[in-house]
Design a protein around this ligand. Structure first.
Ligand code: GAR
Length: 208
């Protein structure tokens, strides 16, 4: 795999960031480097995982804004921006300037349940299955091409909390696979769709 320099965006607990770091340490993600962790939330709990690893942290605000990030992406050969629990909507021009380089982890089986409170909405809708998706980001919210999903069954006894735990487990599988595929150039955005190249070692749909 050639070198893949990444920026990871988080807003909260950062358990997916922690998992990506673990997958780099374990060798599952070879030649993947987290160059910076960025957040809109200076008190995001997940920032501690970046600090532990001496990964630079940037706070996105009026002084350090998306234009600055864009320049950093171009200057530092950043190949991938990962939205791993980032709760802000990116500006359209930022997304369009880095088309095909931004992926988002979303806690639902897109196109179902775009937006917030997905676990609650899945239960309220009487869904039998729920899950998580990774998609290329476009300038429409939670709308870009999905290239990997993980599914979990919703049981009668499930609550928002139990579903959240199940979804996290599936996210810890699919997001590293998504990053690995991009690093190995197995998947790329192709207009409003995506294409796979070569043979994938894992099916793009994973069941917990
Ligand atoms: C994850 O479940 C992710 O799918 C979701 O936030 C959670 C972050 O968890 N993302 C969104 O809702 C984006 N709209 P984490 O901070 O523990 O990684």
């Amino acid at each position: 795999m050639s070198e893949l320099n990444c920026l990871i965006f988080i807003s909260g607990n950062g358990s997916n960031l922690k998992n990506i770091i673990e997958k780099i340490d374990s060798g599952f993600l070879k030649n993947v480097f987290i160059r910076e962790v960025l957040t809109d939330n200076p008190s995001a709990g997940g920032l501690k995982y970046a600090k532990e690893k001496n990964i630079p942290i940037k706070i996105i605000n009026d002084k350090y804004n998306y234009d600055n990030i864009s320049s950093d992406i171009n200057r530092n050969d950043i190949g991938l921006v990962v939205l791993a629990g980032y709760m802000k909507i990116l500006p359209k021009d930022f997304v369009n300037n880095h088309e095909g380089k931004i992926i988002n982890l979303h806690p639902s089986l897109l196109p179902k349940h775009k937006g917030l409170n997905t676990h609650q909405r899945a239960i309220q809708s009487g869904d039998d299955v729920h899950g998580a998706s990774v998609h290329f980001v476009t300038d429409e919210l939670d709308d870009g091409p999905v290239f990997i999903q993980g599914l979990v069954e919703i049981k009668e006894s499930d609550t928002v909390k139990t579903l959240e735990e199940k979804i996290h487990k599936i996210e810890y599988q699919i997001l590293p696979i998504a990053i690995r595929w991009i690093g190995e150039k197995l998947v790329e955005k192709n207009g409003s769709n995506f294409s796979f190249r070569g043979i994938l070692e894992t099916e793009p749909i994973i069941y917990l």
